[in-house]
Design a protein around this ligand. Structure first.
Ligand code: ACO
Length: 328
């Protein structure tokens, strides 16, 4: 078995900053409501860039950071629930944009846990020798899936992309992976797809379906209840798998869905909130990109030293959840 480690990270967010006050010009809301309920102050919203555009820009930064050649990449796993198209997959579009000619490319759909699932998959591919160099990306253009008249959801989400390069390494890198799903709660966060529509369905009702109606619908309270418990369970499982204690972890990089979820998790784990890397105030919830962007910002902050242990943990639509511990 080989070791798998992260050797480079990068992220990209659109230039367009939309503050809570800007949101209050579109819908009935206020900076006070959004800040106190979520911790979000502003988010980045695409003015035209699609998921592949942002993903490619994040990927190129990660490639530069890792000091590898783009031809070294043998797999691209791209986590998103807001792909450019049904076909081609967004990973293939990114492959073409960055020139990763030797890669096998596919998307994976696990909403906000997507990047963590991607790191887990890349780890297993590398450990078994199936892959030598994997580009894992989390990228979302959620703004195209938002109902901009629904103040309960449109204030929460943002656009962006984050990426990591994983390779084999002499030293330890990934120390533990954990994941799970609970499909019985799938109704709590949905974006509808195309219903079955063909001449063999009685009345062919789906033929009237307009994909423009596919917007994010969410039961925020139900997800909130699920989130804290599952983050704690994921942390416990990761510590068990790795044989580490919580004191061994230098930083926790949580999915950035709501400041209050992160705060409650920290409290219940008995951890100082200062151990949690938080950037939700600047980006909102960027779903699959969230942990990836946060990891890159932490890596570039200068606060991470070789040997530090970082625990990434998240949850998302599906519902999905999981985490990864890496030694930097
Ligand atoms: N501005 C002003 N008022 C608002 C807004 C808004 N943007 N949105 C809702 N309200 C109002 C509601 O209409 C309601 O008013 P009413 O009492 O007169 O009916 C009131 O505020 C309370 O609304 P709730 O929905 O009960 O607010 P809550 O305290 O539950 O907070 C929130 C909502 C922030 C969404 C919270 O439930 C949450 O964060 N849940 C977790 C969501 C999450 O993690 N989602 C993503 C996970 S999956 C993924 O990441 C893709």
């Amino acid at each position: 078995m080989h070791n798998a480690k992260i050797i480079g990270t990068g992220h990209y967010v659109p230039e367009n900053i939309v503050t809570n006050d800007d949101m209050a010009k579109i819908i009935e809301t206020s900076d006070e409501w959004i800040s106190t309920r979520t911790g979000i102050k502003e988010r980045r919203i695409s003015t035209g860039e699609n998921t592949s555009d942002m993903a490619a820009k994040a990927a190129l930064k990660a490639i530069e950071d890792a000091k590898i050649s783009v031809e070294d990449i043998d797999f691209i796993f791209l986590a998103t629930y807001s792909p450019d198209a049904f076909i081609p997959n967004t990973a293939c579009i990114v492959q073409s944009l960055i020139g990763a000619v030797n890669a096998t490319c596919f998307d994976l759909s696990a909403a906000c846990t997507g990047f963590i699932y991607g790191l887990d998959m890349a780890t297993q591919y590398i450990k078994t020798g199936r892959a030598k160099c994997v580009l894992v990306i989390g990228a979302e253009t959620q703004s195209k899936l938002l109902n901009w008249d629904d103040r309960g959801t449109c204030v929460l989400f943002g656009d962006g992309a984050g990426a990591a390069i994983m390779t084999t390494g002499e030293e330890a890198g990934v120390l533990a992976c954990y994941s799970g799903s609970d499909g019985t709660k799938s109704w709590t966060l949905t974006v509808e797809g195309v219903p079955v529509r063909n001449p063999f369905v009685e009345g062919n009702p789906g033929s009237m379906y307009d994909l423009q109606n596919s917007t994010i619908k969410m039961d925020g309270k139900e997800i909130f209840k699920f989130a804290v418990g599952i983050m704690i369970k994921s942390v416990d499982e990761l510590l068990k798998i790795s044989g580490l204690n919580i004191e061994d972890i230098k930083y926790v990089v949580p999915h950035q869905a709501n400041y209050r979820i992160i705060e409650s998790t920290a409290k219940r784990l008995g951890l100082d909130i200062g151990k949690f890397f938080i950037n939700i105030d600047r980006y909102g919830n960027t779903s699959a990109a969230s942990v990836a962007i946060a990891l890159d910002e932490l890596a570039k902050s200068g606060n991470l030293e070789k040997g530090d242990k970082v625990l990434m943990v998240g949850f998302g639509g599906g519902l999905t959840y999981g985490g990864v511990i890496v030694e930097w």
